[in-house]
Design a protein around this ligand. Structure first.
Ligand SMILES: Nc1ncnc2c1ncn2[C@@H]1O[C@H](COP(=O)(O)OP(=O)(O)OP(=O)(O)O)[C@@H](O)[C@H]1O
Ligand SMILES: [Mg+2]
Length: 263
């Protein structure tokens, strides 16, 4: 289980997280949605201890991430797989070598055992035929899958996904969504999914949380959020550009700015 309490973080004079609290239940998929620049990736980086909060507590599987030193942090990190927003593969080594990296770095397993695990992981994401390819020889969707195979290489209890379907065609996107669900159900992985793909999240998430202005504005089951009469939730869930959540100036202000600039 993951529990964060009262997380705050300011970069310069930008308050990115503002007293954010959230609990993600064991074995569930928690989807976090919210506008660009809202602090979602920062939040995931905090869960793995890569970014320190200014205040607040982060508990992952009973460990206080906010208070741990690097060495102890590494032990907790091994339980967590991360699929970054950019697949972040090493370009000069093969797909198999990329997936093997966490195993080589964190275990004393024999090379032949590593090779077997890598094969199994690539098979799980449907890429076993591509083990000798370089990342650049794969499509971006396939690269994402390699990142996923690498994220699950150490059999993590928890996997964090940062926008895993962004920029993919609908078929590749739903294949990844289905894979996330399968890994969650078959391996019992507790999953946190940050995404702009609302309908993809609705399909697979057990719990959804809407992040806005550095806090969780609303949370509940996908059905609850979809049916919510709350204007800000409706706006986000149904992708309506007009509503209480401001992505830009109001139309009047925008027209005024255009008009003034034209003069
Ligand atoms: N290391 C940093 N130093 C300064 N500012 C940062 C840093 N990391 C993030 N930010 C700022 O914090 C804000 C939140 O960034 P973050 O990447 O968490 O947003 P996000 O919700 O993941 O957005 P998106 O949906 O576009 O991925 C942004 O304004 C970003 O510029
Ligand atoms: Mg992000």
């Amino acid at each position: 289980m993951i529990r964060v309490q009262g997380l705050s973080k300011t970069f310069g004079n930008l308050k990115v997280l503002d007293d954010l609290s959230l609990t993600c239940s064991k074995g569930e998929i928690t989807a976090i949605i919210g506008g660009s620049g809202g602090g979602k990736s920062t939040f995931l980086k905090m869960l793995v201890g890569a970014v320190k909060p200014d205040s607040g507590e982060i508990w992952v599987d009973g460990s206080p991430i906010h208070a741990l030193e690097d060495l102890a942090l590494n032990d907790v990190r091994r339980k967590m797989g991360v699929l970054f927003q950019q697949a972040a593969l090493f370009k000069s080594i093969t797909v198999a070598e990329n997936v093997a990296l966490p195993l080589v770095e964190n275990t004393d397993l024999d090379e032949s055992v590593v090779a077997i695990i890598v094969k199994m992981k690539l098979d799980q994401v449907g890429l076993s035929d591509f083990d000798q390819y370089l990342p650049s020889q794969l499509s971006s969707g396939m690269q994402r899958l390699v990142g996923l195979a690498r994220a699950i290489a150490l059999d993590p209890k928890i996997v964090l996904y940062d926008a895993p379907t962004a920029g993919l065609d609908p078929i590749a996107a739903s294949a990844i969504s289905k894979l996330i669900k399968d890994l969650n159900q078959v391996l019992g992985i507790t999953s946190i999914l940050v995404t702009h793909d609302i309908m993809g999240a609705v399909e697979i998430a057990d719990h959804m949380a809407l992040m806005y202005q550095g806090r969780i504005l609303h949370q509940g089951s996908p059905e609850e959020l979809l049916a919510s009469p709350e204007p800000s939730v409706r706006q986000f869930m149904h992708g309506d550009p007009d509503g209480p959540i401001q992505f830009r100036k109001s139309r009047e202000e925008y027209e005024k700015a255009l008009f003034e600039e034209a003069q």
